[in-house]
Ligand binder design. Structure first.
Ligand code: NAP
Length: 455
């Protein structure tokens, strides 16, 4: 699909500068408007839309397209003309105001001296992925300059505390950009710290590139990073939601790292895309009617049946690693099916964060549960380098214009999407921004694997 957005003055200036291959000085001279177009949540909706029962609300109900006052730039920040963004599940949570309204995070940010108070507003510009062009740099920024084509890595840290200097995810001032901070990716401008920037992969379009940073770096840390499950060659890795955002990257890391993925999905279409990506073992949980809970209790027989289905595929082996994120619905089964000494690595609880599992299977079989969250800058950079080398591919299935970002969120909320869903911000059409055609041609089948015919 390619639906054009209304072109604003800012969009026109940026597109003209890109077409003219403008110099850094020329990009730096593009006038920054006092207000910009963005998708924002309103604090006023918390007690109305937020109070509705889950079945009666959709994220789109709370996602307004507004004119937002452009924030001041702090010395360590950059202002980016956002060409494209993508939909992440955290924006779904923000827009249904669950489990807590994200305005609470913004109020907490306001207590941070040196600019935190800019974030606490009655609006919240959400979005934790962005690909765009640097327009302005703060006085302390040395590495980046106007005109640089960049991705935004969503780990926003202060790094004033020693804890963050071994692993930035441990920084007490760590937050998820565009979720726990304002002025995120779903707008024509966004505000990020210089230490969030990474070079845009030249062979990808704006929206393909924008669809990757958050889920790519999270899956990388969970499986490859030294704080994660540290997958070894030959490991069997069970991947829940293997055709979703995180799972689509987990599948690639397992295959790239010499492991054997077992993909769990819920439709023949999703099973097919996993097979096309290189997976041999796929379990369609819908086809097998897997339901681990009955009348509010877990049914251990169902976890055993799941274990048998896995062994039928693997020739009797149990997973060395279970890649977890559905949470309450699946966690008990994940602990059960991991092999003796195996690991369950988790970064989320989409279906509920109060997990229950039979602890006997954990302690007697010396299994480990590994908690993981986003990734530090070094991990995100390493993951992006694999993309830039053509060794990890985007999993983008479709994109919506900024005005219809709510539809992207509804798709993810309803689990009717495949891979990732993109959002065009300044980019008027899909497919723009590619500057390395040769590398693109080499990897085009992988790049387009998840793309579906769209209306
Ligand atoms: P996604 O694109 O919606 O994919 C999630 C997949 O989970 C779906 O494709 C679905 O696959 C599967 N699923 C949904 N309900 C399920 C259930 N009841 N049982 C088994 N599988 C189920 O979302 P995502 O981007 O991968 O994110 C997944 C979760 O991780 C979200 O909660 C998100 O907020 C979180 N997350 C956390 C971090 C972090 O750093 N902590 C980073 C990224 C994402 P099938 O229906 O095909 O089985």
């Amino acid at each position: 699909m390619s639906t054009s957005s209304t072109t604003t003055r800012l969009a026109g200036d940026v597109l003209a500068a890109l077409a003219a291959d403008a110099t850094p000085e020329e990009f730096g001279a593009i006038p920054v408007p006092t207000e910009y177009r963005a998708v924002a949540l309103h604090a006023a909706d918390i007690d109305t839309i937020g109070a509705l029962p889950r079945g009666e609300k959709r994220p789109s109900m709370a996602m307004h397209v507004d004119e937002i006052p452009t924030p001041e730039l702090a010395p360590d920040e950059v202002l980016i003309a956002t060409m494209a963004s993508s939909m992440n599940f955290n924006t779904v949570w923000s827009a249904i105001f669950e489990p807590v309204p994200t305005f609470a995070f913004l109020r907490r940010y306001a207590k941070v001296r040196g600019g935190g108070q800019r974030h606490a507003q009655e609006f919240h510009v959400v979005g934790s992925d962005a690909c765009g062009v640097v327009l302005r740099t703060g006085s302390a920024v040395t590495r980046w300059r106007p005109g640089d084509r960049v991705l935004v890595h969503p780990n926003d840290v202060a790094l004033e505390d020693p804890q963050g200097h071994d692993d930035a995810i441990l920084d007490p001032d760590q937050r998820v950009w565009g979720f726990e901070s304002n002025y995120g990716g779903l707008g024509e401008l966004c505000l990020a710290k210089a230490h969030q920037l990474m070079p845009k992969p030249a062979h990808l379009s704006w929206e393909e590139a924008a669809s990757m940073p958050l889920v790519n770096c999270t899956a990388y840390r969970m499986l490859v990073g030294r704080q994660g499950a540290r997958m070894q060659q030959g490991d069997i890795v069970l991947i829940w939601g293997a055709a979703g955002g995180l799972g689509g990257f987990a599948l690639q890391y397992v295959l790239n790292g010499g492991g054997y993925p077992i993909c769990v999905v819920s439709s023949p279409e999703k099973a097919q895309v996993c097979r096309e990506a290189g997976a041999e073992w796929v379990i369609d949980r819908a086809e097998h009617g897997l339901t681990f809970w009955e009348d509010g209790r877990q049914n251990p027989k169902e976890a055993q049946r799941f274990g048998k289905l896995i062994r039928e595929q693997t020739g009797g082996r149990d997973p060395d690693i279970v890649f977890e994120h559905p949470g309450r619905d699946t966690f008990g089964a994940s602990v059960y099916v991991a092999r003796r000494g195996g690991k369950v690595v988790t970064c989320a609880s989409t279906t509920g964060f109060t997990h229950e599992f039979d602890n006997r299977y954990l302690w007697m079989f010396t299994k480990t549960i590994v908690g993981s969250h986003l990734a530090n800058y070094a991990e995100a950079w390493a993951a992006n380098e694999l993309v830039r080398a053509g060794r990890t591919q985007p999993i983008l299935s479709r994109s919506y214009p900024l005005e219809e970002a709510g539809r992207a969120a509804d798709d993810v909320f309803g689990n009717v999407h495949l891979g990732k869903v993109g959002v065009l911000c300044i980019a008027p059409d899909e497919g723009m921004g590619v500057t390395n055609d040769e590398l693109r041609r080499e990897h085009i089948a992988g790049i387009r694997r998840y793309a579906s015919p769209v209306g």
